[in-house]
Design a protein around this ligand. Structure first.
Ligand code: IPM
Ligand code: MN
Length: 353
């Protein structure tokens, strides 16, 4: 019997709905071909709904989402809503409530995609960042005192416990093993300054690695040096594991080396629960409704979602179709510069399946 999956769709704000529509187009094409079915249910959570109702996210949202096999998200962020409200109230809230403690972000340059890195091609840029996704500076512990006075003090703490660190490291080791490329896991930290938090990470890294993953080679880089090598020698990397804030920063750098926000995809993973897949760029409000935004990041997130659901062949079919289109069709990755509209790019990928 063929498998059936229930997918919650959160198109969100700005160009989110446009790119999600192309992702769904491709998902339907691939499901038909590989003999499984997908049932989509759409939720209107985002900036427009917040402006109309005053509610950022219904209380019941996490419980509603827990019933699905996966969540497919477009973008969160609205020009008329103060920055932070929707990001914290929807995106971060869901990551935390659903305990999606891994943010998996592949950095892979597809053929034909321009990279700002001189003399680097697809053979050099192919690694994955495993970003811890629910701890560290994002925990939100801190406060402001004497606000508005010259003596004002602000504190925001980087908080990690051993359990959080260890489950993230184990995921990264397992992922490196499964990926089976260079079998090398690099910890990116800052043990020379953050001598408590990254000391914990580093000790856990070597303890877990030594005990249970002897076959995986371990490397360590300070986060600032990581940035340097991601530009100079990206081919050194296989899998990088790091904390939440560093992971946020280095994955934007990684994204631009693989062609930018039009192509970079990510998964918010709870290995024991429900995971959420999203293009890592924002809602790009100025391009909304113009049918010019690049949907490849959303399509690549759909690919990651299928991989996560165990539909490996279907996922690989999407990836080859993406590669074929980047190599042979698109002029550039930027909105309005692809030589095709958003929906035409979706059609090209769907047809290539
Ligand atoms: C990301 C984004 C989010 C983050 C923001 C929008 C809260 O930058 O997914 O990388 O900081 O995690
Ligand atoms: Mn980010």
């Amino acid at each position: 019997m063929s498998k059936a999956y229930n997918i919650a769709v959160l198109p969100g704000d700005g160009t989110g709905p446009e790119v999600v529509a192309e992702g769904i187009k491709v998902l339907k094409a691939v499901a038909g071909k590989f003999n499984f079915s997908l049932h989509f249910e759409t939720f209107d959570w985002g900036g427009d709904r917040y402006l109309k109702t005053g509610e950022v996210l219904p209380e019941s949202a996490p419980d509603q989402l827990r019933k699905f096999d996966a969540i497919y998200l477009g973008a969160i962020g609205h020009p008329d809503v103060k920055p932070g409200i929707l990001e914290k109230g929807i995106l971060l809230k869901l990551r935390f409530e659903l305990d999606q403690y891994i943010n998996l972000r592949p950095v892979k340059l597809y053929p034909g995609v321009p990279t700002p890195l001189k003399d680097k091609g697809p053979e050099h840029i192919d690694y994955v960042v495993v970003r811890e996704n629910t701890g560290g500076l994002y925990t939100g512990i801190g406060g402001i005192s004497m606000k508005g006075t010259p003596d004002e003090v602000a504190v925001q703490s980087m908080v990690y416990n051993r359990k959080q660190v260890e489950r993230c490291l184990r995921y990264a080791f397992d992922y490196t093993k499964k990926r089976n490329k260079k079998n090398t896991l690099a910890l990116s930290g800052k043990t020379n300054v953050l001598t408590y938090v990254y000391d914990l990470w580093e000790r856990a890294f070597h303890e877990v690695g030594e005990k249970d993953y002897k076959e995986i080679k371990r490397e360590y880089y300070h986060v600032d040096a990581t940035c340097m090598w991601m530009v100079k020698n990206p081919e050194w990397f296989d899998v990088i594991v790091t904390g939440n804030m560093f992971g946020d920063i280095i994955t934007d750098l990684g994204a631009i080396t693989q062609g930018g926000m039009g192509i970079a995809a990510g998964g918010n993973i709870n290995p024991e629960g429900v995971s959420m897949f999203e293009p890592i760029g924002g809602s790009a409000p100025k391009y909304t409704g113009k049918n010019i935004i690049n949907p490849l990041a959303a399509i690549a997130s759909a690919q990651m979602m299928l991989e996560h659901l165990g539909e490996d062949k279907a996922a690989r079919a999407i990836e080859s179709s993406i590669m074929n289109v980047t190599a042979n069709k698109l002029k550039s990755m930027g909105a309005g510069q692809m030589g095709y509209s958003t929906s035409e790019v979706g059609d090209l990928i769907a047809k290539g399946i």
